[in-house]
Design a protein around this ligand. Structure first.
Ligand SMILES: Nc1nc2c(c(=O)[nH]1)N[C@H]1C(S)=C(S)[C@@H](COP(=O)(O)OP(=O)(O)OC[C@H]3O[C@@H](n4cnc5c(=O)[nH]c(N)nc54)[C@H](O)[C@@H]3O)O[C@H]1N2
Ligand SMILES: Nc1nc2c(c(=O)[nH]1)N[C@H]1C(S)=C(S)[C@@H](COP(=O)(O)OP(=O)(O)OC[C@H]3O[C@@H](n4cnc5c(=O)[nH]c(N)nc54)[C@H](O)[C@@H]3O)O[C@H]1N2
Ligand SMILES: [Mo]
Length: 762
């Protein structure tokens, strides 16, 4: 098979709604491309249903009262991607060197289909060659054992089940480190850090039920139409009840504007649409702290006036007094903030913020929904804290219809943290692990994603094991990372499809193919189920029923167990083989380790709507040091972490509607009107004119981080777009090479992918 070329680029505005006939047509393109057998499509009907499988796409909750088809266009694409009948076999690798494959696009690599055999990289021929599982595991064991445990990284991506994650985290700790970075480190770690400090839980406080009780929603930096489309059902139901939805996003994202339910025959036939946002504010990238400060300023002003006039208060003083800390300092800073600075930093007019504040001030229950537009900034944690500040001002946490609602990414990314995938000691019950397994667990903080990157670049990391994901492509600083990777003594990649990371070998490299979640997983005790935790802390069982892509695949728990057996001393208390034989025994061990969270785990595995793990902040019990919810006073109004300067732009790296992270499904970002290419630079028309650029001109971006490192991305098509002045948009992961590894959220280390300092080179 030869590399496929993209269609002719075509960029023109898209007039349709999110969902609608466009999404049906999009699926009609995907299914034949993946060569899906028609019968296999019945699997879509089992998606996100009790006793079905949990969708491998996003982490949006799976309702108890499900729709007949509880999937969306994106979920269907993700399913098709895994069920494809295409295969990347040893013959494929015999025909292509890695040097050659490194010239291919991400799309073309994954488009060859599922990996079928365990592979070892052969430096002599520069090719992957098939090997036996025993050879791979023995090789990995022999390579890892002599390495200082502190120099080994165990990465995981958020798709991995609770069962495999628990085993993987335990294996790392028994081996001697907590170097357990995961995709969450690039994603909602700002949430985990920010919410934990503010309200004592690292997760959102709301559930699906809250959509039935809110009367306003604040919606920051999440592209629902592409990245969590099933939420559109909940938002649409809210709009039908008259709920106000106030959106802050630099881009006019179609899903936040209009939606036609592709599963509703009447809406489809009549082309009926629901307007989603009732207010749409095109905030500058990094301008949310300023925008929220403006809203808070109005609330305080109106509250002063109301109290002076003896009218009902605007702030919930009773709640603030009983439940919070730090309000006076916060209020003083908000009072002192200048409107000029608020308008400049947010890019929004004072009158717009007044409109938002009016809605917020009269709403009785408000949810604040947000995504990467808040977390991926240098001040990403401050963004999250500011959301909490706004909610606390009117008691909008811990009552029906109210609370912070971070929209998690990968389908089990939140769950991985729940069962021990973390570099932070205080997030794991080390005492209980030690008592149960009879070992001394490491207490020294492990490496997160940014620290792992530093370690690869400076050579202190010697071995890297990846349970899923595409680390090299997902992280910043692509050039330095790819240059340093070959110095690793060992690189192990456990994956379903070929990706860029697999093409950059270490001194010894194994590529191990595993089962996907949709496939039947049969072990000694029979067919197995796994489990995942959604964005609202509900845990769901998932049972794959499709025949595996190849007879040579092993499950993730089986692969982890075999590695563990090779690198750990025998320990009868950790029964790796027993766990693999029957995953219910892994769940029993999880429940013993986390008895509060996993009560009656096995009995509730397939409970409709999932088993809720509980949330103290939602009961207004604050597990913070002070025992109260904490206001946080932001140190400044900008979230970018760098100064504005002539010619310096804020680059947002974005997902298209036709990708899942580094997996590129196709070259059609329907909602943004881009077809046949991903080499696009979205720019404000006035900026374009001022810089003397013309539409369609090919330009480069260069890093403007001031750290003396040259970073450059060529070949971008200048595309005038409705985007705030001074901001640029381009696609992730193609532009990751422009992000310095040290450009990350200060407290959470999430790479600041939504405001990258760059300049345009014509
Ligand atoms: N189909 C599909 N689904 C996915 C994924 C996928 O790639 N494809 N990825 C999954 C994963 S892992 C994750 S984390 C989520 C990601 O889902 P999102 O959180 O939606 O992440 P992004 O697509 O990166 O874009 C975030 C949005 O933030 C806006 N934005 C950028 N900068 C700012 C800012 O400074 N302020 C504000 N207010 N907004 C800003 C952008 O315009 C964009 O609309 O989706 C998950 N679901
Ligand atoms: N510039 C920029 N960078 C970003 C972001 C951004 O918005 N901008 N977003 C960040 C975010 S939010 C995230 S979550 C990360 C994503 O980082 P990762 O989670 O590391 O990347 P993915 O692209 O989701 O991983 C895709 C690969 O996972 C493997 N895979 C798929 N399914 C399975 C499975 O069931 N088991 C196993 N073992 N492997 C499987 C396949 O081989 C596939 O190639 O990227 C981050 N990087
Ligand atoms: Mo993510």
């Amino acid at each position: 098979m030869t590399e496929q070329k993209s269609d002719e680029p075509e960029i023109k505005p898209f007039a349709g709604p999110a969902g609608g006939w466009g999404s049906v047509r999009s699926l009609a393109e995907i299914m034949p491309r993946e060569k899906i057998a028609p019968g296999t499509l019945v699997e879509l009907g089992r998606q996100n249903k009790p006793d079905g499988f949990a969708c491998v796409s996003c982490a949006w909750p799976k309702p108890a009262d499900h729709h007949p088809f509880e999937f969306c266009e994106e979920g269907a694409k993700a399913t098709a991607w895994e069920l494809t009948t295409l295969r990347t076999t040893p013959d494929f690798f015999a025909a292509h060197t890695l040097t050659e494959l490194r010239g291919w696009r991400d799309y073309d690599l994954e488009q060859h289909g599922r990996l079928t055999h365990p592979l070892r990289y052969d430096p002599a021929t520069d090719k992957y060659v098939a090997c036996s599982w025993a050879e791979a595991f023995d090789g990995i064991g022999a390579a890892l054992k002599p390495i200082d445990p502190k120099a080994v990284v165990f990465y995981s991506s958020g798709r991995t089940s609770l069962e495999a994650s628990y085993m993987y985290g335990l294996m790392a700790r028994m081996f001697g480190n907590q170097n357990l970075p995961d995709s969450s480190n690039m994603c909602h770690e700002s949430t985990s850090v920010g919410l934990k400090a503010a309200i004592g839980v690292p997760v959102g406080t709301t559930q699906l039920e809250d959509f039935k009780h809110c009367d306003a929603i604040l919606f920051f930096g999440q592209n629902v139409g592409s990245n969590a489309p099933r939420m559109l059902h909940d938002l649409r139901a809210c709009r039908k009840r008259g709920v106000e939805i106030i959106t802050f996003n630099p881009l006019k994202e179609r899903g936040l504007e209009r939606f036609t339910d592709p599963q509703n025959p009447i809406e489809m036939a009549t082309l009926a649409e629901t307007n989603i946002s009732t207010q749409y504010h095109q905030v500058r990238a990094g301008g949310d702290i300023a925008a929220m400060t403006g809203i808070a300023k109005y609330l305080i002003e109106w509250d002063d006036a109301a109290r002076a006039a003896g009218e009902p208060e605007v702030l919930d003083h009773a709640f603030i007094k009983a439940h919070t800390n730090g309000f006076p300092a916060f209020a003083a800073t908000v009072r002192a903030a200048e409107w000029d600075a608020i308008e400049r930093e947010s890019g929004l007019a004072r009158a717009e913020l007044e409109e938002s504040a009016k809605v917020y001030a009269k709403a009785k229950a408000v949810m604040a929904i947000y995504g990467m537009g808040l977390t991926q900034h240098v001040k990403g944690v401050e963004n999250v804290r500011m959301v909490v500040n706004l909610l606390l001002m009117r008691g909008n946490i811990g009552k029906p219809g109210a609370g912070p609602t971070p929209v998690r990414g990968h389908s089990n990314v939140q769950g991985q943290r729940t069962v021990g995938i973390t570099e932070k000691t205080d997030l794991v019950p080390v005492d209980r692990l030690e008592a149960r397994y009879g070992f001394i667990a490491p207490r020294e903080k492990g490496l997160d994603t940014v620290e792992s990157c530093r370690g690869v670049i400076d050579g202190s990391v010697k071995a890297f094991v990846a349970l899923g994901g595409n680390f090299l492509r997902a992280v910043p600083e692509t050039a330095a990372m790819e240059a340093a990777w070959p110095n690793l003594d060992l690189s192990v990649q456990i994956a379903t499809k070929l990706n860029r990371n697999h093409l950059v070998p270490g001194k010894l490299t194994y590529l191990l193919p595993c089962l996907g979640r949709i496939e039947e997983d049969v072990q000694a005790s029979g067919p197995q189920a796994v489990s995942v935790e959604d964005s609202t802390s509900c845990i769901h069982g998932s049972r794959g029923k499709v025949a595996p892509a190849s007879p040579h695949l092993l499950s993730e728990p089986a692969i982890v167990a075999e590695i563990a057996k090779r690198i750990l001393p025998a320990n009868p208390r950790a029964d790796w083989d027993g766990w693999v034989a029957d995953y219910a025994t892994i769940r029993a061990s999880i429940a013993e380790t986390y008895p509060d969270v996993f009560k009656d785990y096995e009995a509730n595995l397939f409970k409709p709507g999932g088993m809720w793990k509980g949330n103290k902040a939602s009961e207004r019990i604050w597990l913070t040091e002070s025992g109260k919810a904490e206001f946080h006073t932001p140190a400044g109004l900008s979230a970018t972490g760098f100064a504005d300067a002539a010619g310096r732009y804020r680059l947002m790296t974005l997902r298209s509607n036709d990708q899942f992270n580094t997996t590129i499904y196709g070259y059609h970002d329907r909602f943004r009107g881009v077809k046949g290419t991903r080499d696009v630079l979205f720019i404000n028309a006035a900026d374009m004119a001022a810089a003397g650029l013309t539409e369609g001109q090919i330009v480069a971006l260069e890093s403007d981080a001031g750290d003396g490192v040259a970073r450059r991305r060529d070949g971008l098509i200048v595309t005038p777009y409705d985007i705030p002045a001074g901001c640029l948009g381009a696609y992730y992961p193609e532009c990751n090479g422009l992000i310095p590894v040290e450009h990350h959220a200060e407290q959470s280390h999430v790479p600041a992918a939504k405001s990258v300092p760059v300049r345009i080179v014509a």
